[in-house]
Design a protein around this ligand. Structure first.
Ligand code: FES
Length: 135
């Protein structure tokens, strides 16, 4: 399963036009994103933080397959959040269910950076080192 939710009307999302970096903490893994390579897969909105992570072997849980129907892909965008599309109401509703929800929380399958800033993204502790099946 993957892609976007067919029941949701997505606004147009600005795509990056230049390379930018995403640092995933606490591991501190830095990835350089080349817009020419996006999207890396078909999970979540094209070019979303989850897509970038998966494209670089970084595991973020994503129980619904990236269609904004769960909150397991919750991340905290510590730097560069203004370069991401704005969270829609349905995303904010889902985030209400996420443990440790903060002002900078996003569903990584819905947050698409436009490349105008480098990002620092925290993967919450409860979302790391989970026993996973079928990945
Ligand atoms: S993977 Fe389910 S909301 Fe992002």
């Amino acid at each position: 399963m993957g892609g976007s939710n067919p029941y949701i009307q997505y606004p147009s999302i600005k795509k990056p036009t230049k390379k930018f970096k995403v640092t995933f903490v606490p591991e501190g893994k830095v990835v350089e994103v080349d817009p020419a390579q996006l999207p890396f897969g078909e999970t979540g909105l094209p070019g979303c933080i989850l897509d970038i992570a998966m494209g670089h072997g970084i595991k973020i849980d994503h129980a619904c397959g990236g269609v904004s129907a769960c909150s397991t892909c919750h991340v905290i965008v510590k730097k560069g959040s203004k370069s991401c599309n704005e969270a829609e109401d349905f995303e904010l509703d889902m985030l209400d269910n996420a443990p440790g929800n903060t002002m900078n929380s996003r569903l990584s399958c819905q947050a698409v950076p436009d490349g105008t800033e480098d990002l620092e993204v925290e993967i919450p502790g409860w979302n790391r080192n989970l026993a996973r099946e079928g990945q």
